[in-house]
Design a protein around this ligand. Structure first.
Ligand SMILES: Nc1ncnc2c1ncn2[C@@H]1O[C@H](COP(=O)(O)OP(=O)(O)O)[C@@H](O)[C@H]1O
Ligand SMILES: [Mg+2]
Length: 255
């Protein structure tokens, strides 16, 4: 299963979910590849990679056709690998401008690589530009993190129209795996009501049962370049990501 973790809104947890869900799946014994498609390189940083010293990154795969296998780095956790990004990726949009195959770059790069993994997770930037389009076109499932505030639904409708456009214009169909509610705070009444609205809107089948609560350990772990299961295995968030991983596995088995 190739999962694009996407939402054009920044700060909703795309990177956090990409890292910690990848780690949970690897801990469960699945072979996982995480692809960083954000020029900010946050998921590479969060996996403990020194991004500014890298020779080749996902940029070289997208722009210079360097095979994905040449840029992939192992993680110290068994079965987990990463295709890293750094700021060079911000040049990809303009450099690919004259390339008519540009929406399909990542999809093509993954063709010979995806079969080596049980799950590929793609982190995407907070925009609906060519990098996000590449992430969606390379995927066969979408996971959309949201923060349950009043902007959540508005952002979703923009994302939905992009997905529809990709389906029509590029004839690429990717299934909607689910919305993952993140940064939930039970003491904020609005969070509960927005979560309820979202569940009704998407139907409960399309919203993960696991709700990831706000945890102060999450930003701390990221700052240390670690996933939550290594940094704070006892924290509630570690359990949430493990539960989310099990739901993803279940949905994958149902396909
Ligand atoms: N469940 C959570 N609890 C606490 N902090 C979180 C949680 N999810 C994300 N964060 C923090 O919020 C910020 C934005 O999250 P991030 O995953 O980088 O969002 P995005 O990739 O969508 O921009 C980061 O500093 C991250 O550490
Ligand atoms: Mg991010």
């Amino acid at each position: 299963m190739i999962i694009a973790v996407t939402n054009q809104k920044g700060g909703v947890g795309k990177t956090t979910i990409t890292i910690n869900l990848s780690a949970a799946l690897a801990i469960l014994g699945y072979r996982v590849l995480t692809i960083d498609m954000d020029p900010q390189g946050n998921s590479s940083d969060g996996m403990g990679i020194e991004t500014n010293t890298l020779d080749d990154t996902i940029y070289d795969t997208l722009v210079n056709d360097v095979p994905l296998s040449d840029i992939i780095l192992p993680h110290q956790l068994d079965n987990w690998a990463i295709a890293p990004a750094n700021i060079s990726l911000s040049g990809a949009e303009t450099e690919l401008a004259s390339d008519i195959t540009r929406p399909f770059k990542l999809r093509k790069a993954l063709r010979s690589e995806a079969e080596k993994y049980d799950f590929v997770l793609i982190d995407s930037p907070p925009s609906l530009g060519i990098l996000t389009v590449n992430a969606i076109v390379a995927s066969n499932a979408l996971l959309v993190p949201i923060e349950p505030n009043s902007y959540a639904l508005k952002g979703m409708s923009m994302l939905m129209s992009t997905i529809l456009k990709i389906k029509e214009d590029l004839e690429h169909y990717t299934s909607f795996l689910g919305v993952a509610v993140n940064m939930f705070d039970p003491s904020i009444t609005l969070h509960s009501s927005v979560t309820k609205t979202i569940t009704e809107y998407f139907t409960s089948r399309k919203v993960f049962d696991t709700i990831i609560h706000r945890s102060r350990k999450i930003p701390e772990a990221e700052m240390h370049g670690q996933h939550i299961h290594a940094y704070a295995p006892q924290d509630e968030a570690a359990r949430h990501f493990m539960d989310l991983a099990k739901e993803v596995v279940e949905k994958n088995n149902e396909r």
